[in-house]
Ligand binder design. Structure first.
Ligand SMILES: [Zn+2]
Length: 466
């Protein structure tokens, strides 16, 4: 046992992950079924919160969709009844995460811990047992497509790779905890890993990257596009063979621009603090969900199933590996679409598209004072495709006013903002809005949440703190 790394369990889990990659969809469903039955047993025996919620659903043959949905607020209110180890308390965890010296340290000597900065109030704290950490590590290192045909899909520091993580580098966030763990797993390769903070001026980020010359850069799409623009103007001079993105939506125009300006492959990844590796991108550029270790249910706003080919209102997550802080039919808040056809890559794992990351729609005024909803995905598409704007933040001031901010200045940006404002107003008018005013501002640094992510569309009662 090395901190939160149980090497024997990691080995067994890695073999299972490799075997599942060659299995049939039916064999993966059989794994799901078996792991779900085991999870339900744990819930009934070990979590008093879930035992209470499931008291009328004890039939082991009951389908998943007949079981109750649970939300984050309820879990946090009854945190000590949720976790299955009585030694874990929310109070103790808050003390732990308040100490920056303890980032990446195993809690109680055996649990991985990280937090996510919520949209309001105290952060949610996530506790991972040894099995869950082994699943994270195995999926992260093994389930990844080669960047070029025939190339090695694995990328470890010390195998010639220099990996830069560009993000928030302090705080008990999952990405920071994982980098600390990686450095403890590969102490001989610590020089090949670099954490670069985005809380410093962009010029300093560029300077650090130029000096480090990474072969791989892991970051958020909003940072990747900013770096790509720096490369285009000659300030940044790096030659990575890949950019790994995650944490925010990666749109097709942003992906194409990053790939073109940085002359490298872009690989996206879909994860959440609740489950770090929900889906990985295959060689065909599609996201495959790791359904051997999780279950995803796309549902509408009343938690009814949404068929493949249709975007969900939210998604229910069931974590089939974590027994210490179990998640069954947990409302993740993200909007996904299950593909109707299998992928050409031949993977047995289902294909999903992620269209929204917990993004609330904007609500503006329509005819007769009726509310009109503007969807974040549509807004970002309009601004990217019709105005060529990739780095921006659209904040709603009130029912009739939006503020469009960009970090750049100059005549070209002013022209792009004018085009963007017009395109947004046209889109909003088609949706039924009246008298929408768009204020534009240049030279404004994008406001990031505590964990470094950017919400490109910010509703008035949501926080950009992600
Ligand atoms: Zn595929």
């Amino acid at each position: 046992m090395n901190g939160t790394v149980n090497l024997a369990l990691l080995g067994i889990t890695s073999l299972d992950v490799l075997a599942a990659g060659c299995a049939t969809p039916q064999a993966i469903l059989a794994r799901q079924h078996c792991r779900l039955a085991s999870l339900l047993y744990t819930l009934a025996q070990g979590s008093s919160l879930y035992a209470h919620r499931l008291r009328n659903h004890l039939d082991p043959s009951a389908p998943l969709h007949s079981l109750p949905v649970i939300r984050k607020t309820e879990l946090m209110e009854r945190f000590d009844e949720w976790v299955t180890d009585p030694a874990i308390t929310l109070k103790g965890l808050r003390r732990f995460t308040a100490d920056p010296q303890r980032i990446g340290e195993p809690y109680l000597g055996r649990y991985g811990v990280w937090e996510s900065s919520g949209s309001s109030g105290e952060p949610t704290i996530f506790v991972q047992d040894a099995q869950s950490m082994a699943i994270n590590d195995a999926l992260e290192s093994l389930r990844r497509s080669p960047l070029t045909p025939g190339a090695d899909a694995l990328a470890f520091p010390g195998r010639g790779e220099r990996i830069a993580f560009v993000g928030v580098t302090t705080g008990h966030f999952a990405s920071v905890v994982q980098m600390h763990r990686l450095q403890s797993l590969y102490p001989w390769a610590a020089q090949a890993l670099r954490n670069i903070s985005i809380l410093q001026p962009l010029a300093s980020v560029v300077q650090e990257l130029n000096a480090f010359a990474p072969t791989l850069v892991a970051t958020y799409p909003s940072v990747a596009i900013a770096l790509a623009e720096q490369q285009a103007c000659g300030a940044l001079r790096i030659a990575p063979h890949a950019i790994w993105t995650g944490g925010e939506n990666l749109s097709a125009p942003v992906r194409a621009r990053v790939a073109r300006l940085l002359h490298c492959a872009v690989r996206d990844h879909y994860g959440a603090s609740e489950f770090l590796n929900i889906a990985w991108e295959c060689c065909c550029g599609r996201l495959h969900a790791n359904t051997d270790w999780l279950m995803l249910e796309p549902v509408d706003d009343k938690f009814r199933p949404v068929p493949p080919g249709h975007a969900s209102a939210t998604t229910l997550l069931t974590h089939l590996g974590n027994r210490v802080q179990p998640l069954l039919r947990y409302d993740l808040g993200d909007q996904i679409t299950l593909a109707t056809r299998p992928c050409a890559c031949g993977s047995p794992f289902p294909v999903i598209e992620v269209s929204g990351r917990n993004d609330p729609p904007l609500q503006v005024l329509g005819e007769g004072g009726k509310p009109v909803l503007l969807l974040p995905l549509a807004i970002t598409t309009v601004l990217e495709e019709q105005a060529g704007l990739y780095e921006f933040q659209l904040r709603q001031r009130d029912g009739k006013t939006l503020e469009l901010q960009v970090p750049q200045t100059g005549e070209a940006v002013e022209l792009a903002l004018a085009r963007g404002s017009q395109a947004l107003q046209d889109y909003a008018r088609v949706q039924g809005s009246v008298a929408l005013t768009i204020i534009t501002r240049t030279g404004i640094a994008l406001q990031r949440g505590h964990s470094g992510k950017v919400a490109r569309v910010v509703a008035p009662c949501s926080s950009s703190g992600l």
